[in-house]
Design a protein around this ligand. Structure first.
Ligand SMILES: [Zn+2]
Length: 325
């Protein structure tokens, strides 16, 4: 009996292998893919990673303050918005740093994430029609488009990376960043501890600039896990890479801002799918903003103010000017 079962399993595995398309690394996944942990609520580590890095290198905060000053000047200068109407193209390098078979995600899973970025940052996502009327005029198309430039695959003997930057260095078992002044680097590797992803704000160490996302929260097809299976974790993290803060300003105080003029004050993140309207700080929460902590299906927009912050990076003298040269 056991021999029969073993043979059936072997045949199944052979079938899986034979289904693999060498061009796309496409593999048919079994129905019940088990994951190491089920994550119920969004948790992004960006602010904690910044605190840790700033303790090691306080000059990061000086550079961030300079970028903030530049952003304020840009916002005042660019009332006409002509500079923001040009299209910025971002080449993306995906580093797939995998421990097991499932984490070596397919080409189609990667491309599905690129497609989500292009829709979400350009107001082309289907949920635009669900934006409440009070926020409709705030919703922005950034005119920033992303394209897949390269996939780097690295097999690792580490099953999780935590908040360590080791995943960004080949001599520590990860994968080295490509020139971060010209490429958006995204590392797809298991972070663990219920962390979906994290990013580095503009102004940090160039060798670690980019975004890290756990594979089960990356893209919309293949090895993905609900309720974070619509690619919004990467949209959120790329938002940080484009200098956007959490919409509640990472504080329990209504007075702490996200430096964006058209996002209402919040004193805490929203989770799950809140019912509209939800009030904090005497205003209606924009919980459908990509920089809140709601589930993928309940996010739908960035604002004009967030667009101004991000586009300032690509202006003459901006921190990410290298992308438009
Ligand atoms: Zn975040």
């Amino acid at each position: 009996m056991w021999n029969v079962r073993w043979m059936a399993l072997t045949l199944f595995m052979l079938l899986l292998i034979s289904c693999e398309d060498e061009e796309t690394n496409e593999v048919a996944l079994p129905e019940n893919v088990s994951t190491e942990e089920n994550v119920e609520f969004r948790n992004c580590l960006t602010s904690e990673v910044l605190e840790k890095q700033a303790l090691e290198d306080p000059t990061i905060l000086q550079r961030m303050n300079q970028i903030e000053d530049f952003t304020k000047t840009y916002r005042t200068r660019e009332r006409s918005a002509t500079e923001r109407s040009s299209i910025v193209y971002i080449p993306v390098v995906i580093h797939v740093v995998y421990y097991n078979y499932y984490e070596n995600i397919s080409y189609s899973q990667i491309q599905s994430q690129i497609d989500v970025l292009n829709r979400d940052f350009n107001k082309l996502n289907s949920e635009v029609s669900t934006i409440p009327s009070e926020f409709e005029d705030d919703a922005a198309a950034f005119n920033i488009y992303f394209y897949l430039d390269q996939i780097v695959r690295v097999q690792s003997n580490r099953s999780s990376w935590g908040d360590s930057s080791d995943i960004k260095y080949s001599n520590r078992g990860g994968s080295d960043a490509w020139d971060t002044s010209k490429y958006l680097n995204i590392w797809v590797g298991n972070i663990g501890d219920g962390i979906l992803g994290y990013a580095q704000f503009p102004g940090g160490n160039p060798n670690t600039d980019g975004v890290v996302v756990s594979p089960q929260f990356f893209g919309t097809t293949g090895y993905v896990q609900t309720p974070f299976d619509l690619g919004r974790t990467t949209t959120h993290e790329v938002g940080h890479w484009l200098n956007l803060r959490h919409i509640w300003g990472d504080s329990r105080n209504c007075a702490v801002d996200d430096f964006v003029y058209d996002t209402p004050s919040q004193n805490s993140p929203n989770y799950g799918c809140p019912s509209y309207p939800t009030y904090h700080c005497n205003t209606s929460d924009m919980f459908m903003n990509f920089m809140d902590y709601t589930d993928d299906a309940c996010m739908s927009m960035f604002t004009n103010g967030q667009k101004v912050r991000s586009r300032a990076l690509f202006a003459n003298g901006g921190f990410r000017e290298g992308f438009v040269r």
